[in-house]
Design a protein around this ligand. Sequence first.
Ligand code: NAD
Length: 385
Amino acid sequence: MTLTSKWNLPTTVLFGAGRIAELPAILQSAGIARPLFVTDPGLAKLPVVADTLDILDKAGVDHAVFSDVRPNPVESSLAAGIQAFKFGNHDGVIAFGGGSALDLGKLIAFQAGQTRPIWDFEDVGDWWTRADASAIAPVIAVPTTAGTGSEVGRAGVLTNEATHTKKVIFHPKMLPVTVIADPELTVGMPKAITAGTGMDALAHCLEAYCAPGYHPMADGIALEGIRLVLENLPKAYADGTDIEARAHMMSAAAMGATAFQKGLGAIHALSHPIGALYDTHHGMTNALFMPHVLDFNRPAIEERIERLAAYCGISGGFDGFRARIMALRTELGVPETLGGLIPGLRMDDARRDLIAEMAIVDPTAGGNPVELTKEAALALLDKSL
Ligand code: NAD
């Protein structure tokens, strides 16, 4: 009997337009009296943050705002966030934003009470057991993009500035206690962010679906997540105020992150070093590698992709599905090459070598259905160039 597995389902999600109004009540039921509101500096200037802070003010919630969050968050921001958390004597975090603010908010709540360095809690084996679980503060997550699904995840991604590597920090208690998934909050996303974050959700579902291993629950979630993205991302991109399409994308994002407990793969293994070295948008970088990784994995996934295509109403099996991905990329203005994503890119052999070396040791590489060797990583990188 080889059908063994471990299933983790996400947390309570309050889903629907306008549900941000319930934030004060959610804080109260989570026992958070003095939340630190963590967001990024771009969002902090937008009405979506002002309106939410207004809801807190009107309910008399004692809060402070921390907005020193870079895309692809770094350790120095984490240190500043922890300082703000301790200075304000906060007892919980409202993580408000895209994956960057959600991850940093979760990491602040996790790390503020720990004594060991953050890198001791990388998602390796049982390293998470090193943490003092009783010192982890609760988090309410409020996504404003529909992509990473960090709101339903037990991990945060942090870039190590010394080694230029993206590390996944994991603890089961990093899972937010409640999520407010309000699609109205995503309406202000510019087209490029809508496209990039939506392609991230697609990459999560697709890689999880293709990862080997027994997890029919994740497979089912990923399958429907892919259908939702294919049907709704073009609509949300064409008309950012299409609240129904935005809502379906918000579901797909949470579904992708729920499904990828099964595994990710070479798309992410290559995307992580590119993101760490060039600070590119994570989802756009994933979108760039997607068709090349599909081709590379074809011998192992062809039958699965045929089933997926049939489910999504796409004719032509594997080739039909691949063509749909290519058409979607074009429709969303995804650059066709890395040079299109990174202006002025010049990549010599030493840099190619470094990226391939980083890709094959990335924790996501192990989930790829075909072994990602250094030669394969170099070939995939060259295709993207
Ligand atoms: P992001 O959080 O970096 O945000 C991108 C930009 O979009 C920012 O400038 C932000 O201000 C803007 N933005 C966000 N919401 C907006 C809105 N509603 N209106 C207008 N502008 C808005 O982007 P992201 O793709 O959501 O997150 C990427 C990060 O998530 C990366 O750091 C990546 O490593 C991480 N990530 C984490 C997980 C996880 O499981 N924890 C998974 C995938 C990615």
